[in-house]
Design a binder for this molecule. Structure first.
Ligand SMILES: [Zn+2]
Length: 227
């Protein structure tokens, strides 16, 4: 649902930051997926070694379709690496695989933000899809409780994207530390990994900022109706 009025201007900074962050991820990925590590270890082996070294050998590492679709599934303890990552020994592939292994290690450690995120995701995803229709219905019928219900649902989505920040930053922190400690990678390769992971982290900051600005916009729309 698209509602046009001046408050739409509020969404522009989030949109610009998101596009910029996505551009940075794409350029970092396309650069470092062509730079290969000297050791030549494929990404899935790097992830496997990281997991084994931390006592998380129960996690299965497998491949999945698509580009940059890499993720850790906490429900099945499966780490799925995308086509460009699985089997590749590039700096980008190693960094991404290590980051996903970082999520698996978070689960093993009982890292609270990850647990909270896992619990919230299914409900919040449904709720955030209903937020706009409910809010707009509230506006149409000039029924404030419905508008606030929409805002409440949207606020939960903002909260989820806030909780995602420490989860993502911590996974990258673990990845960088374990890759450096392994002694398998040169300083130059580790710098490349940092660039790829930092660019990816920025997209989560952009998502949070966009969601926050959308929430602010909804609140402003409610105020306007009051006058
Ligand atoms: Zn992640």
């Amino acid at each position: 649902m698209f509602y046009y009025d001046w408050t739409i201007i509020l969404l522009i900074p989030g949109l610009i930051l998101s596009l910029w962050a996505q551009g940075r991820v794409k350029s970092a990925y396309s650069k470092y997926s062509k730079v290969f590590t000297q050791r030549g270890l494929p990404a899935q082996d790097v992830a496997g070694m990281m997991l084994d070294s931390q006592g998380a050998g129960n996690v299965t590492v497998t491949s999945t379709q698509g580009t940059l679709t890499d993720h850790f599934d906490p429900a099945t303890d499966t780490l799925r690496l995308s086509q460009g990552v699985y089997g590749s020994s590039s700096v980008a592939a190693v960094g991404i695989a290590a980051h996903e292994a970082g999520h698996a290690l978070q689960k093993q450690d009982g890292y609270a933000p990850l647990n909270l995120r896992t619990v919230m995701v299914p409900t919040v995803n449904i709720g955030s899809r209903l937020a706009w229709p409910i809010f707009v219905a509230g506006m149409i019928f000039s029924w404030r409780p419905l508008m606030y219900a929409g805002i409440g649902l949207f606020a939960l989505a903002v909260l989820l994207s806030l909780i995602t920040l420490p989860v993502e930053f911590d996974a990258s922190r673990r990845a960088k530390a374990l890759l450096a400690d392994s002694g398998y990678f040169t300083q130059e390769e580790l710098t490349g990994v940092n660039k790829v992971l930092n660019a990816a982290a920025l997209t989560y900051v952009a998502s949070f900022l966009s969601a926050l600005l959308s929430l602010l916009r909804l609140l402003l729309l409610t105020q306007r109706r009051r006058r």
